[in-house]
Write a protein that binds this ligand. Structure first.
Ligand SMILES: C[S@@+](CC[C@H](N)C(=O)[O-])C[C@H]1O[C@@H](n2cnc3c(N)ncnc32)[C@H](O)[C@@H]1O
Length: 267
């Protein structure tokens, strides 16, 4: 495979679910270059949903990709789950996974069950998640009605999760703010937003493709969510809590990463 230097975006180049999973979700430790980023996110989602800290009837995951580990953590505490993504290939992949044709991320789900001290085994937790997934729909978080397909058009959710999506969906900080507003329109007042992403990053790689990321700092992020009507309940960053990643930039050039739990203000 020749080296690819051009940066592209998700609108122009179709996402390859199999390559993404094999590059980033084969093991919890992942590639040395990526440091503890996956563990940081997995621990974050586990902690956020542990013991029913966030519960509700309906949960939406935005930009699920082919990797449903985020709703896996939330599933015990919600009745109905909607997965969503921009890429048709990811939606097809998720449907195959739900139908049992595809089985992936075994070590990731096992790690989540282990750190959760769950009384259910991984298989039971996966069955529960699949049973609760009521829709797998197309989403474009940059649009004012991001999930417009039946049966979720017009639904307002009790909680929204999203991992590594908004910063690749947006092309600049103004766009990012619009995406936050679009996302917020799907969340009921008082509802929780559980979000993680890269900080100070300009790209990430899937196979030979390098997708653009918007460069955003922790302070900018905090400022945006507060101005857009969220109360930030916690905002952790990778470098404060885990070993910093090495200085190589084959997979991505992120300098840091964040994990945030926020609540949409009532007024
Ligand atoms: C880096 S992947 C993250 C996938 C998964 N959430 C994870 O944490 O591994 C980014 C995902 O965002 C999706 N995406 C890109 N632009 C989007 C948009 N405008 N609206 C919704 N999803 C988008 C991509 O299709 C891709 O699945």
């Amino acid at each position: 495979m020749s080296a690819c230097t051009e940066l592209t975006n998700h609108r122009d180049v179709e996402f390859d679910p199999e390559t993404y999973v094999s590059m980033y979700y084969s093991t919890v430790a992942g590639e040395v270059e990526e440091g503890d980023i996956l563990k940081f996110f997995l621990d974050g989602f586990n902690h956020a949903f542990k013991a029913g800290a966030i519960t509700g009837a309906k949960l939406l995951d935005i930009g699920t990709g082919p990797t449903p580990h985020t709703p896996f953590c939330a599933a015990p505490w919600f009745d109905e789950i909607t997965l969503s993504d921009f890429s048709e290939k990811n939606l097809e992949f998720l449907q195959k996974w739900k139908d049992g044709t595809v089985s992936h991320m075994g070590p990731i789900f096992e790690y989540l069950v282990q750190i959760d001290n769950s009384r259910s085994c991984t298989e039971e937790r996966l069955d529960e998640l699949k049973r609760k997934i009521k829709a797998i729909v197309r989403c474009d978080v940059t649009q004012s009605n991001p999930v417009s397909s039946t049966p979720v058009d017009g639904v307002v959710f009790d909680a929204i999760t999203s991992s590594l999506c908004l910063d690749v969906a947006s092309t600049n900080l103004e766009d990012y703010v619009e995406s936050v507003r679009n996302l917020s329109s799907l969340l009921k007042p008082g509802g929780h937003l559980v979000l993680c992403g890269a900080l100070e990053c300009t790209f990430y790689r899937v196979g030979n493709i390098r997708y653009k990321n918007i460069h955003i700092t922790k302070d900018q992020l905090q400022d945006i969510y507060q101005k857009e009507g969220f109360e930030i309940l916690s905002l952790e960053d990778l470098n404060e809590n885990y070993a910093p990643h090495k200085d190589e930039t084959y997979y991505s050039d992120f300098k840091n990463a964040f994990f945030m739990v926020a609540k949409k203000k009532e007024h």
